[in-house]
Ligand binder design. Sequence first.
Ligand code: NAD
Length: 298
Amino acid sequence: MPESDAISTIGFVGLGNMGTPMVARLVEAGFHVQAFDVSSDARARAASHGAAAADSLAGAAVGADAVILMLPNSDIVESVADASDFTAALAPGAVIVDMSSSEPLRTRALAGRLGAIGHPLVDAPVSGGVKGAVGGSLTVMVGGDDGPVARVEPVLGVFGRSVRAGGIGAGHAVKALNNLLSATHLWITGEAIAAGERFGLDPEVMISIFNGSSGRSGSTENKWPNFVLSGSYASGFGLRLMLKDMRIAVGLAAAAGAPSRLGEAAVELWGEAADGLDPAADHTEIARWIEARDVVSH
Ligand code: NAD
């Protein structure tokens, strides 16, 4: 890669639970970061980590070698990446990296629109939560063409371990499927613990036995001990964001003609919880929601 292709200035849009610690890591790694969010509090937080707070979308884009998007969903990603003030401010050849958990088919279409005006798109969603974003231990699932992927690789390495999923949209597809697994594990763990507790078992004992047995998962190893049994319900990942990812995964299965009977049931169950809980509820609240149900209230 020629030296001139090296990335030194990064625009970063979306400074929420994930974006803020990711910006902090980029600054620590020596990148110049131009950070934008619609929330002025979020911009101030990014500035406190050493980023240059931009007061507009264009201000984050101008002069950047790459612009990272860490936004809630595809609607918002498109409202940013298709905005004429954003695209007009981009430097020639600047790469857009969508690290949000977006919809893979919409990502492919967006890549076509951005490619037509000279900007490659790479999808690079992550797993590992706020803890992984703070500690640089995220798994980054990368989709896109070889050239732009190679160009942004040194940037993605700052966030953790990057794994090439395939062409454009592949990262977003595997991310949604991963979260369908994760949400299904979390739900069934909640049911198992509720049944065991009513039988007279201790939840901590059950979790420790599951973790040495074949029922273990990210839910039993991480989410239950750290966010449910601790009573914090504060993983930093919203329940509605999880449901969005599950719907993407089930939609992907439907479009591909693949079976997703359990996936559809999980979407329905999580959807009921989302309707019944505060819109800002953490996704680990699902455990408390299940615990409060009983058979007659189905
Ligand atoms: P968040 O809600 O905490 O942050 C989103 C940020 O985007 C907010 O600060 C919001 O003000 C900002 N924003 C919204 N619209 C905007 C716009 N038009 N222009 C600029 N900024 C705008 O969300 P998060 O938890 O940081 O998640 C971000 C993405 O990462 C989501 O797609 C989510 O599914 C995914 N994700 C989250 C986690 C997690 O543990 N939180 C883990 C993996 C992936």
